[in-house]
Design a protein around this ligand. Structure first.
Ligand code: FES
Length: 116
């Protein structure tokens, strides 16, 4: 018996059999884990997980309050931009933190924040 082949357009959409890409974001020390769509900011992921994030700007990398430490999965993330570096220096933020509002998820990550 031949294997059943998916039919194009089955289920009302032409992409019904493509795997749904989600990235797993794990927050420590709470151990909360959520899955988010690619391109979700770490800031939004944390909020979706019910975690508070300090913020006084509207998430454009100005206030530097939303810093998070990438514990796992950070290899290969886009390097910090000069604007992010300046915002952190201006606000005396630990250089090992990344501004979560500027990190677009494109992989699984484990992160923490100094105030969790
Ligand atoms: S929310 Fe202000 S820099 Fe990220």
């Amino acid at each position: 018996m031949a294997a059943k082949q998916p039919k194009a357009g089955a289920g009302g959409g032409g992409l019904a059999y493509l795997p749904r890409v989600q990235h797993r974001i794990r927050f420590l020390p709470s151990e909360r884990t959520i899955e988010v769509a690619p391109g979700t900011t770490l800031l939004d992921a944390a909020r979706e997980a019910g975690l508070p994030v300090a913020q006084t700007c509207t998430g454009e990398g100005v206030c530097a309050r939303c810093g998070m430490r990438i514990l796992q999965g950070g290899e290969g993330l886009d390097a910090e931009s000069p604007a992010e570096t300046r915002a952190k220096a201006r606000n005396r933020v630990d250089e090992n933190l990344r501004l979560s509002c500027l990190i677009l998820t494109d992989r699984d990550l484990t992160v923490t924040a100094p105030y969790w």
